[in-house]
Design a protein. Structure first.
Length: 586
C-alpha cells in the first residue's frame, strides 16, 4: 500500500507531502490544476524516464519520495540487493522508501531504503507495488503478450517451466540441424583433430613430465661442474692437507678448553664451536656421499636431449609452452568427443523427440487451463459491460491455434468485443469508439483485478491507480464506475484521478488539487484532503460549476450520503467477477 508521497520542486509543485490510506481515494480539481502530477511523480519514483522538464522552473533539482508497505515477496530481493530497511529511530522496518531526483541538467539518481539504486531496480520494485491504468489502458490489451498474461493470471498458471522446455526443445532442434547441415565440415574438423591427437599421443606427455625432464637435463648437463665444486667444498671442510675448517674448529675448541676453568663465560663459546664442528662433519659426510653417487652419464643426457627436443618440436608447432601440451591433449580429446556427438544424428533425433514430448505435455496442460479460464472470464467481463453503458455488448476470449509452437504455448489469445446487441465480436483493436474502449478497459480491469495475479495470493500490486479512465462517460454509467471502484477499494488500495462527481462521491478519501498564482508570478499546484462541508463543496463544484448554487450543494450532500458501501447491495456491484472465476481450474 502507498503510505506517503513527498514532492519538492516537481513541475509546478514547490513542496508537497501527502499521506494516503487504505480503501478508495479520489483526486479531483479544475481542468489544468495538475491532477495527474501525483501519478507522474509516482511513475518517476518507480523508474519511468525523467528529464529536465520535471524540474520546477528556477529550481536546482526535482525530488520525489514515495513510501510503501514492504511486500513480503520483495524481502529476499531487497536483502540480496543490499536494500535493508532504513535504520533510523523513527523508521518503520515494514516500510519501503523509494527516492528519485532529477537535476537541472537532466541527471537522475535513485535510492531504495536510503541505498543507491539503478532505475532498472526501481522498475523491478514497481511490479510489486502498484498498477497504473490510464485513459489508454485498452491499448495494452491489443498486444498478444498482455492478453495472454491476463488470461494466464485468471487461470492461476505460470509459463516459466514451459518456456524452459521450449528452449530445450529449440536447442535440440538446432543441434540436429547443425549436424545435418555441417556434416562434411564436422567430419573434416574431426579428421584434423584426430591427426593432432595421434601426434600428441605418440609423444605421450605426462602432466608432471616436463618439469622433471628439465630438472634432470640441467643436472646432467652440468655434472662435471657440480662434481668439481663438491670436491673443492670437501677439501675446504675436511680433506685438504692444509688447514681445513674441521681441523681449525677442533683446534679452537681445544685451546679454549685449556683455559675454560678460569672463566665460565667461555663454556657457551666452546659448546657453540662443538655444534659447528658436528655440522662440518655432517657436511663432509654428505659431500663424500654426493661424490660417490654423482657421475656424468652421456648416454642418459642424450636420451633427455632427444625427449626434450620432441616436446619442443610439438610445442612450437602448436604454439604452446611445452608444459601445456598435456592440457592441450585433454582439450582436443574433449573436442573430438563433442564432434562425435554432433555427428550422431540418431542420438540427436532421439533427444529432439524427447524434448518435444516434454514440451508438448506441459503446453497441452497450459492450453487446457487457458480454455477453462476463458469462458468464465468472458462471461464476467460481459456482465460488467452491461452496467457501463455497453448494454447488450458481449466480450469473448478467443484462443487460436498457432501454426508453430511458441515459448508461451500452442495458442494465441485475443480479446474480441461486440459493443451492442446484434453486432459481431471483433478484435478489440478494431473497436473505433474511444469511450467504449475506456469503459471496456475498466470492465476488464475491475473483473480481472478481483483475481490475484499469478504466483499466489500475495502476488500482484496492492495499489491500483486509475488516471481519468472514466473520461467520456457520465450519468448512470458514472454511478456504476464509482460503485465498482468502491468495491475494489475494499480489496486493495485504489486511487482514481476523476472528473466525475458520481465517482468522487463513492470515495473513502477525497483530495482536491488546485493551482494558484504566487507572489513572484509563478504558478504552483497544491493538494489537500477534504472532508465534511469542504468535500460537499468540491462535489457540488463538479456538478454545477464554481458558483455553487444551493441546489448543487444539496445534490452533492445527497450523493455523499447515498454512496454505496463496499458490502452494499447496489445493483451496480452485481457486475463483479463470478465465484467460478476466482477458482483456478485443476
Amino acid at each position: 500500500m502507498l503510505r506517503r508521497i513527498a514532492l519538492r520542486d516537481f513541475v509546478i509543485v514547490p513542496a508537497l507531502e501527502l499521506e494516503f490510506h487504505a480503501g478508495f481515494s479520489v483526486l479531483t480539481g479544475e481542468t489544468g490544476a495538475g491532477k495527474s502530477i501525483l501519478v507522474d511523480a509516482l511513475q518517476l519514483a518507480l523508474g519511468s524516464r525523467g528529464d529536465v522538464g520535471v524540474v520546477r522552473e528556477g529550481a536546482a533539482r526535482a525530488e520525489i519520495s514515495a513510501e510503501f508497505d514492504r511486500p513480503a515477496a520483495l524481502a529476499g530481493w531487497l536483502e540480496e540487493g543490499g536494500f535493508a530497511p532504513v535504520e533510523e529511530p523513527d523508521a518503520d522496518p515494514s516500510g519501503l522508501l523509494l527516492r528519485r531526483t532529477v537535476d537541472a541538467q537532466g541527471k537522475s539518481r535513485a535510492w531504495i531504503n536510503g541505498s543507491p539504486a539503478t532505475v532498472t531496480q526501481l522498475r523491478e520494485v514497481a511490479d510489486h507495488l502498484l498498477d497504473i491504468h490510464g485513459q489508454h489502458a485498452w491499448q495494452s490489451l491489443t498486444r498478444a503478450s498482455a492478453t495472454r498474461e491476463l488470461v494466464d493470471a485468471q487461470a492461476g498458471l505460470s509459463t516459466t517451466d514451459l518456456a524452459g522446455r521450449f528452449a530445450a526443445r529449440k536447442a535440440a532442434a538446432e543441434a540436429l540441424a547443425r549436424a545435418r547441415e555441417r556434416s562434411d565440415e564436422i567430419a573434416r574438423e574431426r579428421e584434423r583433430l584426430a591427426w593432432q591427437i595421434s601426434e600428441l599421443e605418440r609423444l605421450g606427455p605426462n602432466e608432471d613430465e616436463w618439469p622433471a625432464l628439465s630438472e634432470e637435463h640441467q643436472r646432467l648437463a652440468h655434472a662435471q661442474a657440480l662434481m668439481d665444486a663438491a670436491r673443492r667444498a670437501l677439501d675446504d671442510v675436511a680433506d685438504a692437507e692444509r688447514a681445513n675448517a674441521e681441523a681449525l674448529t677442533s683446534r679452537a675448541i681445544d685451546g679454549l678448553a685449556d683455559v675454560a676453568q678460569y672463566d665460565g663465560r667461555t663454556v657457551p663459546i666452546i659448546e657453540a664451536l662443538q655444534g659447528a664442528l658436528a655440522q662440518l662433519q655432517d657436511a663432509a659426510r654428505s659431500l663424500n656421499a654426493y661424490l660417490g653417487r654423482e657421475d656424468a652419464d652421456p648416454g642418459r643426457l642424450a636420451e633427455l636431449d632427444q625427449r626434450m627436443s620432441a616436446w619442443m618440436s610439438l610445442a612450437r608447432r602448436y604454439r604452446r609452452p611445452p608444459d601445456q601440451l598435456p592440457a592441450l591433449l585433454a582439450q582436443w580429446r574433449s573436442e573430438l568427443q563433442a564432434l562425435d556427438d554432433a555427428l550422431d544424428t540418431a542420438a540427436l533425433q532421439a533427444a529432439l523427440q524427447a524434448a518435444d514430448q516434454h514440451y508438448l505435455a506441459e503446453a497441452r496442460r497450459i492450453s487446457a487451463l487457458r480454455a477453462a479460464a476463458a469462458a468464465p472470464l468472458a462471461a464476467a467481463v460481459t456482465q460488467a459491460m452491461q452496467g457501463l453503458g455497453l448494454a447488450g455488448g458481449r466480450f469473448e476470449v478467443v484462443l487460436t491455434a498457432l501454426s508453430t509452437p511458441q515459448s508461451q504455448g500452442l495458442e494465441a489469445v485475443e480479446f474480441q468485443v461486440a459493443g451492442h446487441a446484434g453486432s459481431t465480436p471483433r478484435p478489440l483493436a478494431r473497436v473505433a469508439s474511444g469511450g467504449e474502449l475506456s469503459r471496456l478497459a475498466l470492465a476488464i480491469a475491475v473483473t480481472t483485478l478481483n483475481k490475484p495475479a499469478k504466483g499466489g495470493p500475495d502476488a500482484g500490486a496492492d495499489t491500483l491507480i486509475f488516471d481519468e479512465i472514466d473520461a467520456g462517460i457520465g450519468g448512470a454509467v458514472g454511478d456504476t464506475v464509482g460503485a465498482l471502484m468502491k468495491r475494489l477499494g475494499s480489496q486493495r488500495q485504489v486511487l482514481a484521478v476523476t472528473h466525475l462527481p458520481q465517482v468522487a462521491a463513492c470515495a473513502d478519501h477525497h483530495y482536491v488539487v488546485s493551482k494558484a498564482l504566487q507572489a513572484d508570478g509563478s504558478t504552483a499546484s497544491s493538494v489537500v484532503a477534504v472532508v465534511g462541508q469542504a468535500r460537499a463543496a468540491e462535489v457540488a463544484r463538479m456538478l454545477g460549476g464554481e458558483h455553487l448554487p444551493d441546489t448543487s450543494l444539496a445534490h452533492a450532500q445527497a450523493m455523499l450520503g447515498q454512496a454505496p458501501r463496499p458490502d452494499g447491495d447496489a445493483s451496480a456491484l452485481k457486475s463483479t467477477v463470478s465465484p467460478d472465476l476466482r477458482r483456478s481450474p485443476t
